[in-house]
Write a protein that binds this ligand. Structure first.
Ligand code: NDP
Length: 294
């Protein structure tokens, strides 16, 4: 079998086009232009790149972006004060504090300060808590996990009753992906660094989501024939043939798994582009939420 590739770049493009149309429709109706505030603390180069990408994507979709860059040694109180100001600013519909925060800052307290109605990253403890409770709806769902579920929806996979295995239990990917799959009535197994017989557990999956950050860990013989495999991993590995000296690979051994799975996301070009697309979608939803309160 040769797996069908799930083209995250094209799917994300479609989501972004839809967001841009929603924004135009709002403006035509005389409603406000949605706005996203980004808060970048310190000078982590990867965070700088992510924030720039998010701001550019906002611009393309017609969303206003308000960039705040503060020094790594900002006090906890001053950072929380900035977030509180953004909470109070009606032009700001979504607030994104780029993680990780520099050492010394209490991430959970900062995330808790964001109004849950502006929590477009979906990391506020109340939004995550609601995701973990039956029948309670979070206002926002974290963007990468939301993107994973969106891609599964595009494939048309029947999640109800299927065996889903999630490799990884981080707050930002593994755990919320698992909660979203449970919400869709999948039977979910969550694996982590202490899981025994990992390959065997993976072989039981109809849907396998890999989010471990270990290059090409999932081999072809870990995958049940016909399974749908979503590779969230983004890992740099040395490659002297490339100008940069490295290439990006996922957590899945692509060449092996594509011979076994029915559907597979490539890296890059799979889950990666979905994260920003879902962030834009959440920002427009936040603006709609604000309209409803007027
Ligand atoms: P974390 O390092 O926070 O979590 C990794 C998880 O994998 C942990 O739960 C860990 O277990 C588990 N794990 C690590 N090694 C093994 C192993 N050998 N066997 C089984 N489980 C293992 O990573 P993230 O969740 O933040 O990210 C995962 C991957 O997804 C990374 O490659 C990251 O770059 C990528 N990513 C991609 C995004 C995107 O495309 N937009 C967004 C975010 C992340 P334990 O809990 O026991 O330590």
């Amino acid at each position: 079998m040769t797996a069908k590739l799930i083209d995250g770049t094209a799917i994300a493009e479609q989501v972004r086009d839809d967001v841009a149309k929603d924004v135009s429709a709002r403006i035509e109706k005389g409603l406000s232009r949605p706005g996203l505030a980004t808060v970048l603390v310190g000078e982590n180069p990867a965070s700088q790149v992510y924030v720039r990408m998010k701001q550019k994507a906002c611009e393309k979709a017609g969303i206003r972006s308000f960039g705040h860059v503060v020094p790594a040694d900002i006090s906890q109180a001053d950072l929380e004060k900035l977030v509180a100001e953004l909470n109070a600013n009606p032009e700001v519909n979504g607030i994104l504090v780029q993680l990780p925060l520099p050492k010394g800052l209490d991430e959970e307290r900062v995330l808790s300060t964001i109004s849950i109605e502006k929590d477009v990253d979906g990391f506020h403890p109340i939004n995550i808590g609601r995701l973990a409770q039956k029948g309670r709806k979070p206002l926002f769902v974290p963007c990468t996990p939301d993107g994973v579920i969106y891609l599964l929806g595009q494939v048309g996979v029947e999640l109800e009753g299927c065996n889903a295995v999630v490799l990884g239990r981080s707050n930002i990917v593994g755990m919320p992906v698992a909660l979203l799959l449970v919400e869709r009535n999948a039977t979910v197994t969550i694996c982590h660094s202490r899981t025994r017989d990992l390959a065997d557990v993976c072989r039981s999956a109809d849907v396998l989501v890999a989010a471990v950050g270990r290059p090409e860990m999932v081999r072809g013989d870990w995958v049940k024939p016909g399974a749908v495999v979503i590779d969230v991993g983004v890992n740099r590995v040395d490659d002297p043939s490339k100008e940069k000296g490295y290439k990006l690979v996922g957590d899945v051994a692509f060449d092996e798994v594509k011979e076994v799975a029915s559907h597979l996301t490539p890296v890059p070009g799979g889950v990666g582009p979905m994260t920003i697309a879902m962030l834009l979608r959440n920002t427009v939803r936040a603006a709609q939420h604000a309209d409803a309160k007027l």
